[in-house]
Design a protein around this ligand. Structure first.
Ligand code: NBP
Length: 480
């Protein structure tokens, strides 16, 4: 065959990725389980480039030059395994299969090992940017061996988004590292979106802005340090009017946020690694709370007659809060949430021996992906200048940025609490910063309690060693 690359799985993402490859001059073979999708693609967009229609897996394999490069873009999970089971027996040693779906990184580690045993080179490729990104240039996070990247990377780099001629695609590291990083990217996306939603809620509730003024506020913020894709589309969604009712679109949408699971994976993995990603965790929990409609209704009703005597209500005068406070707090909270995400990548990299360069992430997230933001340029610079800083919050730029905005962040959380507006991510990231800054944490008491009931021992501030107090006897301290 003469096709240079194949795409199998031609739903919205795969179809657009195939077109992106063809538009960039590559000879592309296309295949889909349901053949009509592949036929429709060639019929509709055949003029855009050099497509070869493959009706079967055998035809797909035959269409390709060697080593073969096959990009799989199907529903993550069992569908991916089904595709691999069908393809792999047809392949030759050295051929490359790249899974560009949202696989769990542990599945990618498993598949990489299983295919390596058969001499097939496997790449786990994180792709972000949605439908439009896939067509016009996504951010791409490939994980594979270096020799595999040598064969595959040039294709991915050309079709990715670019910032000043630099591709938003680079080899992240071995096997599951690309999908791991994509997972954390999605986790950060969860916290970014929840922070924006909390900000909107405070602007409309305690500050009493009408929805079109909130839309204008986000639009204006997109010309500031908050400039980002998500802030930009927030302005658009808020300005949209429902054609049916003439009401603001946001008021006719059911307030139960859904999830496909990457936020949950991020939190589960973070717990395994012992990395506190409190912003992402609370954002994930907030979606779960929103979707818990039966319980919400029951508790709302049960608490209805309860007067806590201190209801701040949505009276702007009752809370000391300004629009500028929210702008500053949103920026600071975003920084903290990114810092937590980067910590998680560092720890995942250490645990799995991936040798990920955190500066690469902020660099390839600057464009193409959902979390693209002006902020990422500054993060790249800070991480490059201070590669050994234990936290983004410990770099001079971001330490100053957060310190400056801490009073605003505190006013936002205070106003949220006073007005009864739930702001779980703002609250969580503020508590995280306060905990990191604290001279002493009450963890000392937790240690004391653990020693009391479980003889779990403790260390002292003034002497080396591990100690236990004999709580049930004479309370003498013994060296453990
Ligand atoms: P979907 O996730 O909806 O998957 C549909 C594709 O999977 C179709 O091509 C379908 O073939 C194929 N497929 C299924 Br389902 N079961 C199969 C099986 N047993 N054997 C072979 N093929 C099977 O498509 P998508 O939204 O384009 O997403 C593709 C991947 O990209 C997913 O992993 C997704 O998580 C990831 N992703 C999506 C986005 C986004 O914005 N949507 C962004 C980034 C990454 P059929 O036509 O025969 O049913």
């Amino acid at each position: 065959g003469t096709a240079q690359v194949a795409v199998t799985g031609l739903a919205v993402m795969g179809r657009n990725l195939a077109r992106n490859l063809a538009r960039n001059g590559f000879r592309v073979a296309v295949h889909n389980r349901t053949t009509s999708r592949a036929e429709a693609l060639v019929e509709e967009f055949g003029h855009e480039g050099d497509f070869t229609l493959a009706r079967t897996a055998e035809e797909l394999v035959a269409a390709l030059e060697r080593p073969r490069r096959i990009i799989v873009m199907v529903k993550a999970g069992e569908a991916t395994d089904a595709v691999l089971d069908e393809l792999v027996p047809l392949l030759d040693e050295g051929d490359i299969v790249a899974d560009a779906g949202n696989a769990h990184w542990r599945d990618t580690v498993r598949r990489h090992a299983a295919l390596a045993d058969k001499g097939i080179r496997f790449a786990g490729v994180g792709v972000s940017g949605g439908e439009v990104g896939a067509l016009e240039g996504p951010s791409i996070m490939p994980g594979c061996d270096a020799d595999t990247y040598g064969e595959l990377g040039p294709f991915l780099e050309i079709i990715s988004a670019h910032v000043d001629d630099e591709p938003c695609c680079t080899l992240i590291g071995p096997d599951g590292s690309g999908h791991f990083v994509k997972m954390v990217h999605n986790g950060i996306e969860y916290s970014d979106m929840q922070l924006i939603a909390e900000t909107y809620d405070l602007l409309r509730g305690p500050l009493g802005l009408p929805v079109d003024a909130v839309a204008d506020t986000f639009r204006a913020w997109n010309d500031t340090e908050l400039e980002s894709y998500l802030v930009q589309i927030t302005a658009e969604v808020l300005a949209h009017t429902d054609a049916d009712t003439g009401r603001p679109f946001v008021d006719v949408v059911r307030d139960a946020a859904e999830q496909k699971g990457t936020g949950r994976w991020t939190v589960q993995t973070a717990l395994d690694l012992g990395v506190p990603v409190t912003g992402i965790a609370e954002a994930t929990m907030a979606r779960a709370v929103s979707g818990d409609t039966e319980r919400r209704a029951a508790v709302r009703e049960a608490l209805e007659p309860v007067d806590d005597g201190d209801e701040g209500g949505s009276d702007a005068a009752a809370v000391d809060l300004s629009v500028d406070d929210l702008r500053a707090a949103l920026y600071a909270a975003k920084v903290v949430s990114y810092a937590q995400g980067l910590d998680m990548v560092r720890e995942g990299s250490r645990e799995n021996d991936w040798d990920i360069d955190p500066a690469d992430l902020s660099r390839i997230w600057r464009d193409g992906c959902i979390i693209r933001a002006r902020l990422l340029g500054d993060i790249t610079q800070a991480v490059e200048e201070h590669p050994d800083a234990p936290s983004l919050l410990a770099t001079p730029t971001f330490a100053a940025a957060v310190a400056d905005r801490l009073p605003a962040l505190r006013r936002v959380v205070t106003a949220a609490v006073a007005s009864g507006t739930p702001a779980p991510v703002f609250s969580a990231v503020l508590a995280y910063v306060d905990a990191l800054r604290a001279e002493r944490l009450p963890a000392a008491l937790v240690q004391g309690l653990r020693d009391y009931f479980g003889a779990h021992t403790y260390e002292r501030v003034d002497r080396e060693g591990t100690f236990h107090t004999e709580w049930s006897k004479d309370r003498a301290e013994v060296e453990a």
